[in-house]
Write a protein that binds this ligand. Structure first.
Ligand SMILES: Nc1ncnc2c1ncn2[C@@H]1O[C@H](COP(=O)(O)OP(=O)(O)OP(=O)(O)O)[C@@H](O)[C@H]1O
Length: 232
């Protein structure tokens, strides 16, 4: 497969003001990601994983440097343009699932499609396919409170994947799951990565995730300490 760069950062710096001083969370991050990668940002707590993921997801701006995501320099985007980049091209998976409790599984997965120009039939087909990917067709009318943690995370994967995004950004997706559920979730993501060529980028310090990665980028004190290709 020919390399196609989907994301690149140039000399990214992120500082947060704390008590009248600047705390540097990311220092001079220059890195790129190709289509179809299954890559993790790993490193100790506070090393900058989530900060980098949020900048790549156009949820936050760098203090210096740039992030080019699918050809767009995120810093030059208006709020509306950033929202459009996210809704059309990016899927998000969070450790706390972020499902809406009053909605059914179907409605939760359908939500990202309501922002796109799709008919009700197209939406229904896409939702049912996404629920099939994660093996949850039998829970389509359940509400999040009626699901186990692993099932909730599978709903959140379906919600992230339903529009077949170019990139899925997953922040500690297994943090609240036991070993069996973590492996099931990871196997589903590996399958979707393989079948749809979706690029996956994780922030994690979970060994259960790390063993599935094909590339591991270790952050330490806001810098890239190591960038390794893994043979799995
Ligand atoms: N909004 C903020 N204001 C001030 N400091 C922040 C803010 N967000 C993050 N930080 C600091 O930036 C550093 C990096 O945080 P980040 O959440 O990116 O780390 P992480 O590697 O994802 O950690 P964890 O594994 O614990 O989630 C931390 O020291 C954190 O306290």
């Amino acid at each position: 497969m020919q390399n196609q760069t989907l994301i690149s950062t140039q000399h990214l710096v992120k500082q947060y003001p704390i008590g009248g001083r600047q705390f540097t969370a990311l220092r001079d991050i220059t890195v790129s990601f190709q289509k179809g990668e299954f890559t993790g940002l790993v490193g100790p707590s506070g090393s900058g994983k989530t900060t980098l993921l949020n900048i790549i997801g156009a949820l936050d701006n760098p203090t210096e440097g740039s992030a080019i995501v699918l050809g767009r320099d995120t810093q030059t985007l208006s709020h509306r343009q950033a929202a459009r980049l996210r809704s059309e091209h990016l899927g998000f998976i969070f450790q706390t699932y972020n499902l809406l409790p009053i909605y059914t599984v179907f409605e939760n997965v359908e939500l990202p499609l309501l922002l796109l120009n799709m008919s009700a039939t197209e939406r229904k087909n896409a939702v049912m396919q996404a629920l099939e990917w994660v093996g949850l067709l039998d829970k389509v009318n359940s509400r999040p409170a009626q699901l186990s943690g692993g099932e909730r995370q599978r709903v959140s994967i379906a919600r992230a994947m339903v529009k077949k995004p170019d990139v899925v950004l997953a922040d500690e997706p297994t943090a609240n799951l036991d070993a069996d559920n973590s492996h099931n979730i990871l196997r589903t993501m590996v399958q979707l990565n393989h079948d749809l060529q979706t690029t996956f980028l994780f922030a994690t310090h979970d060994d259960k995730v790390i063993r599935y990665l094909r590339r591991k980028i270790t952050l330490r004190d806001g810098k890239i300490a190591e960038d390794e290709c893994l043979s799995i």
